[in-house]
Design a protein around this ligand. Structure first.
Ligand SMILES: [Zn+2]
Ligand SMILES: [Zn+2]
Length: 145
């Protein structure tokens, strides 16, 4: 636990970020989960042991982490911004029933040829979002209708 805390502090410092309790807590929370939480979900989680957190401080911590390249925004539903501490290239699976979002390894899909875009468009990167139903929802699929 202490080792992990040191690693987080080192990562923040290596990106030139001042280590504040809020930034630390937000980044540690994101690293500990794989569900791509919203600001509200992070807030709920942190308030369990950090009752001073407000949505505004979480936002500003996320902003700083994002500018440092440690966190990225994931926009898979209109108007819902989720956060991801996995900044390596990867795709997402989005369950249309429960809204769960799961990472898909980058090499799951065959290479997409960006050169096949019409001339004039210069593709640089892409990300695949697969929509469907997760296994948990599949098992109780009657709840989804
Ligand atoms: Zn689901
Ligand atoms: Zn992700």
């Amino acid at each position: 636990m202490q080792e992990q805390a040191n690693a987080i502090v080192q990562t923040l410092k290596s990106k030139g970020l001042r280590v504040t309790p809020q930034r630390f807590a937000v980044y540690a929370n994101l690293l500990s989960r794989i569900d791509h939480p919203t600001v509200e979900q992070i807030l709920t989680d942190l308030n369990k042991d950090f009752p001073v957190s407000s949505q505004a401080t979480i936002y500003s911590s996320l902003q700083a982490l994002r500018e440092a390249g440690l966190v990225r925004e994931v926009l898979l539903q209109e108007g819902v911004c989720r956060y991801d501490a996995n900044v390596q290239p990867h795709h997402h699976f989005c369950c249309q029933c429960c809204g769960a979002i799961e990472d898909i390894a980058w090499d799951t899909f065959k290479f997409i040829e960006l050169k096949s875009l019409r001339s004039g468009l210069r593709g640089e990167t892409y990300q695949v979002t697969v929509q469907g139903m997760c296994d948990a929802c599949d098992e109780r699929s009657d709840r989804c209708h």
